[in-house]
Design a protein around this ligand. Structure first.
Ligand code: F0G
Length: 358
């Protein structure tokens, strides 16, 4: 058998176990998560007027989002601690990931989602993996408060990012960026919803600096959707609304930690309109060949906004985190795209497609 121990295919626990809170009793679960590519984006960098830009494409994880790298740790620790059932609230990706890793580990999985507010693909993933799905009237925030109540009264392990093992696993994305680029970028740009991921990246970079792997940490740059921007506005949003359903959150659980990361890193958090999120999504797809879901494109949209307002230096190096795959959300329209119906006329077809004759 091949030796997978040190291979990037071995998964987060094998690759970064020494920097995670594992014990000899932690099961080495893996779906080959992590080790996602950091893709250079020269065209996009030129369009934005930035000297260097990489895309950390977390959509390449086994369930199609960054959640897998934290979920593998949370599920392994739940098994180690004797849990038989895990529970989470979700805007879709956490539930897809929890369901997959629970299936892998032989645990049952209960997920609470805002009714009618999550993408069909993400719901399908949870259902295919055998999770019990509960639809909750209200927003993600309502679902999360129910999860907290159930977790306090019943034998279930909560695997939302309020579970510190999730943050531990997600910090490995920062390690990977440093390992792959040989240094930290000037700017780490990401979408902010429940604020677990910004907390996790910051923890990872701080640990890398403490260990002497990097001389300095990046500035953390967060983007929220204008209709769901509690941290930017400084107060919870009762009924969050945005096309980026993954970050439709009005009262982030890790709000305080996000503010700490922003403060300590000289970071910036601001918001972008839905139309800017969707045009960033198309730009990524058409200029760089990378298809991410709307929430993920918030990173590129906020970077574009801050650069255009001269709030960031153009000679910066940046990594934009693309948190989930574009196939996760088939509800978006391929704006400006028209397909051609073939009516049996080959020459007419060639002309319509602007093909050049031999
Ligand atoms: N991008 C995507 C694709 C997400 O699914 C999420 C969160 C975020 C960004 C924001 O990350 O919450 O750590 O600030 N999705 C959660 C879920 C809430 O339930 O799947 P965050």
């Amino acid at each position: 058998m091949e030796n997978r121990e040190n291979s990037t295919r071995a998964g987060v626990l094998a690759r970064y176990g020494a920097r995670l809170p594992l014990t000899k009793d932690t099961p080495m679960i893996s779906l080959s998560e992590g080790s996602t590519p950091c893709i250079p984006a020269p065209r996009l960098a030129a369009t934005l007027g930035l000297s260097s830009l990489y895309l950390k494409f977390e959509g390449m994880n086994p369930t199609g989002s960054f959640k897998d790298r934290g979920m593998v740790v949370a599920i392994a620790k739940a098994v180690e601690e004797g849990a038989t059932c895990v529970i989470c609230a979700s805007t879709g990706n956490t539930s897809a990931s929890a369901a997959a890793y629970a299936a892998r580990a032989g645990l049952s999985c209960l997920i609470l989602v805002p009714k009618g507010k999550i993408s069909k693909s993400k719901l399908l993933q949870a259902q295919m993996h055998g999770a019990t799905v509960v639809s909750v009237g209200g927003s993600f925030d309502t679902a999360l408060s129910l999860v907290r109540s159930l977790g306090a009264a019943y034998r279930v392990a909560i695997v939302n990012s309020i579970n510190p093992y999730r943050i531990e696993g997600q910090k490995t994305a920062a390690f990977e960026i440093v390992d792959e680029l040989g240094q930290a970028p000037d700017l780490l740009v990401l979408p902010v919803g429940n604020a677990g991921n910004i907390t996790a990246y910051w923890k990872g970079f701080v640990e890398d600096k403490a260990a002497g792997r990097i001389p300095s940490t990046p500035r953390m740059i967060g983007g929220q959707a204008a209709g769901a921007a509690p941290i930017v506005l400084g107060h919870p949003v009762e009924s969050p609304e945005t096309v980026a359903s993954a970050i439709r959150i009005g009262n982030p659980a890790s709000w305080k930690q996000a503010l700490a990361a922003l403060g300590e890193s000289d970071g910036i958090i601001d918001m972008v309109e839905d139309e800017d999120i969707l045009s960033a999504q198309r730009l990524l797809a058409r200029a760089e060949g990378v298809f991410c879901e709307p929430a993920s494109a918030t990173s590129v949209a906020i970077l574009g906004r801050l650069l255009s307002e001269n709030r960031l230096p153009r000679d910066s190096s940046a990594v934009c985190v693309l948190t989930g795959h574009g196939l996760k959300d088939p509800s978006v329209e391929p704006h400006g795209h028209s397909s051609i119906d073939f009516d049996g006329d080959l020459a007419g077809l060639a002309k319509a497609c602007k093909l050049v004759p031999l």
